[in-house]
Design a protein around this ligand. Sequence first.
Ligand SMILES: [Ca+2]
Ligand SMILES: [Ca+2]
Ligand SMILES: [Ca+2]
Length: 195
Amino acid sequence: MTLDDACAVLTGGRSGDRAGSDIAAAGDHDGDGYRDLWVGAEGYYYTGTSGGRAYLALGPLTADMDLGSASAILEGQANYNAGRSVSGDGDANGDGWNDVLVGGPGFLTGVGWLFYGPVSGTHILTSDADLSMMGTATGDQLGTRVWLEGDLNGDGLADPLVVEPSEISRCSWPRWRTGSTSSTWATPTWASTPR
Ligand SMILES: [Ca+2]
Ligand SMILES: [Ca+2]
Ligand SMILES: [Ca+2]
């Protein structure tokens, strides 16, 4: 068999974890020359609820893999649905390493968590993220979709974009913020406002 014939099956860690709820290019997250992959698993078990996870699968992917042994695991807690969305092919803080943005629409207002790369090992989203983007009201479901793949304002930094589908009488409201090196971002100043 040659590499051209190789395929790989990435298997989630538990029944019902919904591995593949989102997938996203990671670029070359660890700098070894191979492109890597983020996999969301929004149903991953946490004490009887859907805590959710995001997994980093390092390339080259040439054999089956248990995502429980992934290079990096970003883990949600009670009802976060973390990993409903994930995006990782952008550099938000300009250090040359790709970062990762994980959406958890089930946690209170919903959250987008940004980690500066390179990320390895297991981390709890709420306590370990470099930046946390909160919605405005419980149930807003911020983070239903996330995007970190481009520079929206031309400053050279990738800009985290999160979607909040239930805000303002369920008017869909994608919001974004310019790339930032700030270590705290509990109350972001959003670059778009609802009509
Ligand atoms: Ca790589
Ligand atoms: Ca970076
Ligand atoms: Ca930017």
